[in-house]
Design a protein around this ligand. Structure first.
Ligand SMILES: *[C@@H]1O[C@H](CO)[C@@H](O)[C@H](O)[C@H]1NC(C)=O
Ligand SMILES: *[C@@H]1O[C@H](CO)[C@@H](O)[C@H](O)[C@H]1NC(C)=O
Ligand SMILES: *[C@@H]1O[C@H](CO)[C@@H](O)[C@H](O)[C@H]1NC(C)=O
Ligand SMILES: *[C@@H]1O[C@H](CO)[C@@H](O)[C@H](O)[C@H]1NC(C)=O
Ligand SMILES: *[C@@H]1O[C@H](CO)[C@@H](O)[C@H](O)[C@H]1NC(C)=O
Ligand SMILES: *[C@@H]1O[C@H](CO)[C@@H](O)[C@H](O)[C@H]1NC(C)=O
Ligand SMILES: *[C@@H]1O[C@H](CO)[C@@H](O)[C@H](O)[C@H]1NC(C)=O
Ligand SMILES: *[C@@H]1O[C@H](CO)[C@@H](O)[C@H](O)[C@H]1NC(C)=O
Length: 875
């Protein structure tokens, strides 16, 4: 989602134009490269065919069959930007008991609210590698969104996947691997929805950079051009798991895929999402991502947000009254409108929002108690808009646990950490202390003080910030703080002093530019911000013991200092949200051992990530971003090319050591080359397909309109004129491949997430993890699959498939950890048969277990059924 404070959308458009100018050099006009095609797929599959949603569809259909045209078109779009208390507000159908729905950002907490928790960001959650924490953070988020009366949580973000290390919004998701994203996303969906809140997993799909993402009157949004196998094996994977978890909504991204805007890409929505993945909820546009009325409806979009047309705030819409018109004139089949409406209502019933669901009690547009009810209307009644409901409960606890267990120890020479309480500390860097005016930058659009989150719609206001300096104070540490990023000349080092140097790296969403970075790290690159490298180097010159603490949205380059003899320890604290202080102290002082692991690879130089994942600069026409590396991003790329990273994906040290032993593998469901036949679709609601009388869309008499508010009614003459068209010879120019005949669905489908047989457990692996060191700690067992080497299909050397974090193990203590691989985990997407196939059923898959992608000591073989610890790892 994009918009911030009222009336900022013009600056949003201007910004995207000016970021063109400041972008890279001007290239020749580029078209979608040969071979990348956006094929048609019509019609939109009806929702309701899976058993787990049938009761909600039954309830929804009872309402839909009684709704008028104007009621149906009222609940499938927003009432306009800034036309209500939430960032998105649908129309209502009060006659049948359906209220307006409130949609609100964002992934890490309630955006633009009060008395809420600022949770750690997705990337931090990914770094915990802890499934239980992923789920519990989701539950806490769900409680807060429900408590504020929000129907739809605009999260989790699993796209961007993290293909581009400079990408501005990678930090909102869980890391640069589809399986890590999948667990993070699905467990967040389950947690949030367990509290009755609809989750909207986003951004569908291949939304890998911020610059040029949006369509505007002068330029088409960037086109991500990727092949079918890459789509399935990387970018779609976490969405499939989110759908499998029953997600109620999917948000469509701004960009195009293969030249066709995602908001009206029938292949992606109708085929991939709704037929193959069996998605039963509603598809919502990203804010102002919709660029057409009839086309987007036919392509499978179900809800337009915030409802406005090409130029927001003028009362124009692609849907609302235009959708009423499109149905009356016969261009959008009644059948499609009924399906859209049923999907919205079914999601609402599915989460139980039809009983005792609170109404919004906060306002995203103002922090004042009273304000305009419709700020977008210019002339608006005023009223109480903020009721200051405190929804924080004890959520600070889980927030702190996530922040703490994400902290990733990258280097620790001679047990420099943990610190002793009597150590004399010198603290450098403005990142150590919070910005004294904590929420002064709208949507956190600045890098001042401790970096707890990136900027943009995925931010939240801090209720407070427990900073590292607060943490040191609370511990009674012996420290002196230099609140500067320039090394102080006055500083005097005494022998034994420890220098703690705080540096950071920020990024965010494209509508805000921070220190010249237009969302992506397009200017600063992967370097630490505010001359962080120089600060570390200066401290390393004076002090024998330097500990570097990094708050960051993603990888940074550290070659200038990582090998300096006095840089003894490095901690990545990621983006901890409000709980930056004590979470860090618990690790620094050894109350707990660090247990985070890197959710991405840290390279020695940026070019090591590969050329094709660089940011795309300005191009005349539609910017083209071709994913020519295919499956080879992040560690898949490093391993293929044999490039040694500075720190590998999954790396993370502890204060203790662990051994992995006594592994065993058992076969559960025998593999077959092709999965068993999918189940057929179940029954879906059926309705009359006759075009309703035009009178169902007439304005009611004496209705008191709010100026520029979006309504679904038409003037009588307009409605009649549209209805007359339905019988004229004037027909809508339907796209190539258009059809209204429902399909049986692809072989790879059959249930939410795809053919249920894909998720059959093929093998379980158990391994004993023992604490072989001197202090307590938690280990992460990571399981990577290596495809049989004798197959003709190119596959990455290793791919993460499962992981499990142990409980805190005392020295000498062990825990048996169980992991599993599914049929899908051992399959490749076959573009010809359009199915997941096991390339060699009897082949010897290597299931590698260890504590990092480059530290895999155990191998279990599927054909031998044995596990061994004396095999050389492939990485
Ligand atoms: C994009 O084009 C490629 C190459 O033809 C094709 O494999 C893929 O399925 C297309 N993807 C979409 C979403 O249309
Ligand atoms: C809805 O139900 C009421 C009461 O049964 C009926 O009077 C009305 O005509 C129905 N409306 C529609 C649009 O079906
Ligand atoms: C559409 O929603 C608005 C806002 O809740 C409401 O004022 C209007 O009456 C609704 N229209 C219909 C047809 O129910
Ligand atoms: C029906 O109305 C829609 C919305 O205004 C318009 O885009 C479409 O072209 C119309 N269809 C015909 C056949 O005129
Ligand atoms: C670690 O400690 C040992 C023993 O005190 C010392 O010999 C060695 O030089 C230290 N290593 C580093 C890298 O400081
Ligand atoms: C700090 O305390 C430790 C014991 O915890 C002791 O060995 C060490 O000498 C003390 N250092 C200083 C500088 O007082
Ligand atoms: C080895 O693992 C098996 C379970 O796979 C367990 O029953 C057994 O106790 C373990 N042995 C040791 C020595 O940990
Ligand atoms: C269009 O034609 C159908 C029958 O073909 C008729 O029932 C309907 O009333 C006509 N609509 C208008 C607006 O003339």
């Amino acid at each position: 989602m994009a918009t911030s404070t009222p009336y900022s959308h013009f600056s949003l458009i201007l910004l995207s134009i000016s970021s063109c100018v400041s972008g890279a050099s001007i290239h020749r006009r580029l078209a979608v490269p040969d071979g990348y095609v956006a094929a048609p797929y019509y019609p939109t599959p009806h929702g309701g065919w899976t058993a787990d949603w049938s009761e909600s569809y039954r309830k929804a259909s009872l309402l839909v069959s009684n709704m008028t045209l104007a009621e149906k078109t009222n609940i499938t779009a927003g009432t306009g930007i800034y036309m209500g208390r939430c960032v998105g507000n649908t129309g209502s159908a009060l006659r049948v008991g359906f209220p307006q729905m409130c949609l609100q950002d964002g992934p890490l907490g309630i955006r633009n609210s009060d008395h809420n928790t600022a949770f750690p960001a997705g990337i931090t959650v990914g770094a915990t590698f802890d499934k239980d924490l992923m789920r519990r953070r989701g539950e806490a988020l769900g409680e807060e969104f429900r408590g504020k009366g929000i129907n739809v949580y605009l999260g989790p973000s699993v796209g961007p996947l993290g293909r581009k290390p400079r990408g501005g919004r990678n930090w909102e998701g869980f890391g640069a691997d589809p399986v890590l994203q999948a667990f993070g996303g699905a467990l967040t969906v389950e947690g949030v929805q367990s509290k009755g809140v609809i989750a909207a997993i986003k951004h569908f799909i291949a939304n890998e950079q911020e610059m040029f993402r949006m369509y505007n009157p002068f330029q088409a949004g960037i086109s991500s051009n990727l092949d079918d196998r890459t789509l399935h094996e990387l970018y779609l994977w976490p969405f499939a798991e989110g759908v499998r978890s029953g997600v109620g909504s999917v948000m469509i991204s701004y960009n195009a895929v293969n030249g066709s805007a995602c908001s009206q890409n029938s292949y992606l929505i109708n085929n991939v999402l709704k037929d193959e993945l069996g998605f039963q909820g509603f598809v919502v546009s990203d804010w102002l991502a919709q660029i057409s009325g009839v086309s987007s409806a036919l392509a499978g979009l179900d809800m337009s947000m915030p409802g406005d047309g090409a130029v927001p705030l003028f009362g124009d819409s692609y849907w609302m009254y235009e959708l009423s018109r499109s149905v009356l004139n016969g261009s959008v089949p009644v059948d499609r409108l009924n399906d859209m409406t049923t999907r919205v209502l079914a999601a609402w019933f599915q989460m139980g929002q039809d009983s005792n669901y609170p109404s919004p009690n906060f306002d995203t547009n103002t922090q004042d108690e009273t304000g305009l009810l419709y700020p977008g209307a210019l002339f608006s009644p005023k009223g109480v808009v903020n009721e200051f409901v405190n929804v924080q409960a004890n959520h600070a606890d889980v927030a702190k646990e996530v922040a703490r267990d994400a902290i990733t120890l990258l280097k620790n020479i001679n047990n420099t950490l943990p610190l002793k309480l009597n150590s004399t500390l010198k603290v450098f860097g403005t990142d150590a202390e919070k910005n004294s005016d904590l929420n002064s930058c709208s949507d956190q659009g600045c890098d001042k003080g401790t970096l707890g989150m990136g900027w943009g719609s995925g931010s939240a206001r801090y209720p407070y910030m427990d900073s590292p300096i607060d943490g040191l104070k609370a511990r009674g540490a012996n420290y002196k703080f230099y609140d500067t990023n320039l090394f102080p000349i006055t500083d005097k080092a005494s022998p034994g002093d420890v220098a703690l140097v705080f540096i950071n790296a920020d990024s965010g969403e494209n509508y805000i530019t921070v220190e010249a970075n237009a969302g992506d790290r397009n200017i600063v690159g992967l370097k630490a911000w505010h001359n962080g490298d120089d600060l570390v180097k200066a401290a390393a010159k004076k002090y024998d013991t330097v500990v570097v603490i990094v708050h960051t949205v993603g990888p940074i380059l550290m070659e200038e200092w990582i090998d300096l003899p006095s840089v003894k320890a490095v901690l990545f604290a990621h983006l901890p949200g409000q709980e930056a202080g004590d979470s860090l102290m618990q690790v620094l002082y050894g109350d707990v051992a660090p247990s985070g692991h890197l959710p991405y690879t840290i390279a020695k130089q940026e070019s090591d990530y590969g050329e094709s994942v660089e940011l795309v600069g300005f191009q005349l026409g539609q910017p083209q971003d071709t994913f020519s590396e295919g499956l080879y991003i992040d560690y898949r790329h490093f391993n293929k090319e044999g490039i040694t990273p500075r720190f590998a994906f999954g790396h993370g040290l502890s204060y203790t050591s662990f051994s992995f032993s006594n592994a065993s593998i058992s076969s559960v469901t025998p593999l077959t080359a092709v999965p068993p036949t999918r189940p057929a679709k179940g029954e879906v609601p059926s309705y009359s397909t006759a075009i309703p009388p035009a009178s169902e869309a007439y304005w009611p008499e004496k209705f008191d309109r709010i100026w520029r508010y979006l309504y679904s009614w038409l003037d009588k003459s307009d409605a009649d004129k549209a209805a007359a068209k339905a019988n004229s010879t004037d027909k809508y120019p339907y796209p190539e491949g258009y059809s209204t005949v429902q399909k049986a669905g692809p072989a790879a489908g059959g249930a939410q997430g795809g053919n249920p047989a894909l998720f059959d457990t093929a093998y379980t692996i158990s391994v004993t993890v023992s604490n072989t060191g001197k202090v307590a700690g938690k280990a992460v067992a990571q399981l990577y699959v290596q495809f049989p080497t004798d197959i003709s299909i190119d596959t990455p050397v290793i791919q993460l498939r499962d992981f499990e974090k142990t409980r805190e193990l005392a020295p000498g203590e062990s825990q048996v950890v169980k992991m599993r691989v599914t049929r899908k985990d051992l399959s490749v997407w076959d573009t010809v048969s359009q199915n997941w196939i096991v390339p060699n059923v009897g082949g010897d898959y290597g299931l590698w277990i260890g504590e990092a992608s480059d530290k895999l000591g155990l191998r279990c073989g599927t054909s031998t059924g044995r596990c061994a610890d004396d095999v050389k790892s492939p990485v």
